[in-house]
Design a protein around this ligand. Structure first.
Ligand code: TXA
Ligand code: MG
Length: 329
């Protein structure tokens, strides 16, 4: 079983030997490897069971010079880095030829880079002196971990070190912005830094129409718990139906409208950032409960809630699918 530790030096040592290690960041825990070691990068893919054409994010210390690895940084990307780095923002930038291991990028000519805002992650990077690739430290397609224990639980048969940096303060993965075009950007994965905050930071425009970036992680299903997860727009609508069929789900809501039977009920906090912090954490508790399945309400509309909505839509199925399987008289 993997061992949870507070000792940064032993993690640096293991990474230097070409091992993988789980590391804390402010968003979710990452499964890290030396960005310059073929064999270590391959271990990340095989441990996660991740297809090799799903590129990895390279993590750097905030003070490192990006131009070592990238050929061009648009002005709006500088503005975004100024505002949000270190922090939960990943930038996709064009690679400087030969500077980046092609295993990281799935052979693409762009690389995703971020500087995490977590004291232990930064200490580790500075001591390791090289960038680390780190996808979220969960088996492919499952819920991202926000504590060291979650990582251990996800990989019961592995024996890498897990650096314990406490519970992740953001709780969902970074916002990813494609900065490949000189004058327009595209948001390729929503995050806690939402579209409005990005637009307010730069006078440049979001790309109109389709995205010009291939996002291999943009699968329609992702972030999934083990139990069946159903979502519904208004939890009040579900109350009546569950009453009739006499089923008691584990209920996760954003409102106080649920009146039906439940095995357990949790209401998310009112602020979107606090709710994002709780999202994966609460889904895991629900997943480990005795309830047969989980019912979750979609959050309110609006940019600030978009990251939560998107994650739920990818993790679950609409409640209408469940209703089809029951004949209510
Ligand atoms: O918050 C985060 O971003 C966490 C922590 C550990 O830093 N990491 C994370 O990594 O969420 P991962 O591998 O689970 O998600 C990275 C996403 C994937 O959807 C991947 O396809 C996309 O970033 N990506 C990476 N490099 C890319 C590139 N060059 N072009 C387009 N998409 C890329
Ligand atoms: Mg992931």
């Amino acid at each position: 079983m993997s061992c949870i530790t507070n000792d940064v030096n032993s993690v640096v040592e293991r990474l230097s030997m070409g091992d993988i290690a789980a590391i804390p960041t402010e968003t979710v825990y990452g499964l890290a490897a030396d960005a310059f070691s073929d064999s270590a990068i391959k271990k990340v893919f095989s441990t996660k069971n991740r297809p090799i054409d799903h590129p990895l994010i390279m993590h750097i210390a905030p003070q490192w010079d990006l131009t070592q690895w990238v050929s061009h940084i648009p002005d709006y990307a500088y503005a975004l880095m100024e505002s949000f780095w270190p922090g939960p923002l990943t930038l996709i930038l064009p690679i400087k030829p030969g500077a980046v291991n092609p295993l990281i990028t799935g052979g693409q000519t762009s690389i995703a880079i971020r500087a995490p805002n977590h004291a232990l992650a930064q200490e580790l990077l500075l001591k390791f002196k090289k960038p680390l690739v780190a996808p979220s430290a969960n088996p492919f397609g499952k819920i991202s971990p926000t504590t060291a224990y979650h990582v251990q639980h996800g990989f019961p048969k592995n024996d890498f070190l897990i650096l314990d940096g406490g519970r992740c303060t953001v709780g969902v993965e970074s916002t990813i912005v494609s900065a490949l075009e000189p004058l327009t950007y595209a948001i390729v994965r929503p995050g806690i830094i939402d579209e409005d905050r990005i637009a307010a930071t730069t006078s440049f425009k979001k790309q109109s129409g389709g995205k010009n970036v291939r996002v291999p992680g943009g699968l329609s299903s992702h972030y999934q718990p083990e139990k069946k997860l159903y979502y519904v727009d208004d939890i009040g609508d579900a109350s009546h139906w569950f009453d009739k069929v006499k089923l008691s789900p584990y209920v996760l809501t954003f409102s106080q409208n649920y009146q039906g039977p439940y095995a357990s009920l949790y209401q998310f906090p009112d602020r979107s950032e606090d709710a994002a912090y709780e999202l994966y954490y609460r889904l895991r508790i629900a997943d480990q409960s005795a309830a047969d399945f989980i019912l979750i309400e979609l959050p309110p509309k609006g940019q600030a809630w978009f990251v939560i909505r998107e994650r739920i839509l990818k993790a679950g199925s609409p409640m209408s699918l469940m209703e089809e399987n029951y004949c209510v008289i």
